[in-house]
Design a protein around this ligand. Sequence first.
Ligand code: GUN
Ligand code: ZN
Length: 435
Amino acid sequence: MANSLVLKGQTLSFTDDPFVVGPEAAAVFDTDGAVWLEDGLVKDLGRAADILSKAEGVPVVDYGDCLISAGFVDCHAHYPQLPVIASYGEQLLEWLERYTFPCESAFEDPTHARKAADFFLDEALKNGTTTAAVYATVHAGSVDAFFEAAGDRGLRMACGKVLMDRNAPDALLDTAKSGYEQSRALLEKWHGVGRNIYAITPRFAPTSTPEQLDAAGALWRDYPNALMQTHLSENADEIAWVGELFPEHPDYFGVYEAYGLTGPGAIFGHAIHLSDRERAALTESGSAIAHCPTSNMFIGSGLFDMAGLRGANDPATVGLASDVAGGSSLSMFATMRAAYEVAQLRGENLHPAKLWYLATLGSAKAMRLDDRIGNLSPGREADLIVIDPKSTPLIERRVSMGDDPWDVLFAQIILADDRAIRATYSGGTLVSERG
Ligand code: GUN
Ligand code: ZN
């Protein structure tokens, strides 16, 4: 039983979509629960008494009244941008020029890239994020560095080389041909090796020629199990620029459609300012959206239309994402809080069940990983987090006021930060713990 372990505490696991079936039907919540981990997977989930009687002789870690959940899934982040998090005063296109591109230029150096990947992953784990869909830079070595660092920690991570063959500094440009060849080689080297997933990554339509987008689509057709990630309709100037660069297409989403870059496994960051046609086409295609609320507020991009995209019976696939370093925090607590506030500014409410779903199973679904991660169901990979409900005096005081579990969860979402993440497990192994 060397690889067997029981974690005891309160357990919360989403097995369905609360936007569709409502909070109670979507979640399994147990105030006296336990999760049995074996050989990197969840073996069983249930009432503590039941699990403990079945798992006789298995070591038990008793986390008391802490909440055990699936690890957070951040379905859009840029690991190389952490050095420029919290950079002042610009909106998207100027922010890219002034801060992001200079920062990404340093990733030509593989040693720099490896240090940055280690730092990003340690911060992510401290914050309870066990899986992410990550942009590297244009440099192939930045992808190697990331997957090597993720592999050392046993993490399920997606990453890809950024494709950019125009409208960026020379030091950051590839060509349609070199970008295709390097992406293909990286995909063949890393995709499906260990827990790694390759994501074909054209940065966004303005920095790729039609030839490059075409090559990205061709690569995805050859490797349909890889992910495809890019940006869509984040900022008004960006959208106008796409209209100038691609006048023959009906709209921004239509550019990606034309090059075979839509469908299940495609993750579009932002998607704030969609037309009715784009919204319908995106939803119908099975593509996913990464909602990046701290970024959308920090760079001043706009307010995501959650009700429009997730209100219908057949909603678009949406996950939640930090978008560091346009986003202002790696914490999915901060990201859920921002999603709640953005919805409030639009006159909508986001129930805590919806927020937690988006940060776990919803993001897993956006990454086409919902049969592997995102909840505590038996057979899922044992990536989970243990949350201290009393991590600060203020939270302890607030939590003592409520006995409704959703109210307590909501207070955590609004008030907690990395201090609440007591332990993070990946593949059944403890990978981060608060001292
Ligand atoms: N659009 C194109 N590149 C980027 C990026 O790095 N961050 C954000 N937020 N938007 C982008
Ligand atoms: Zn982004």
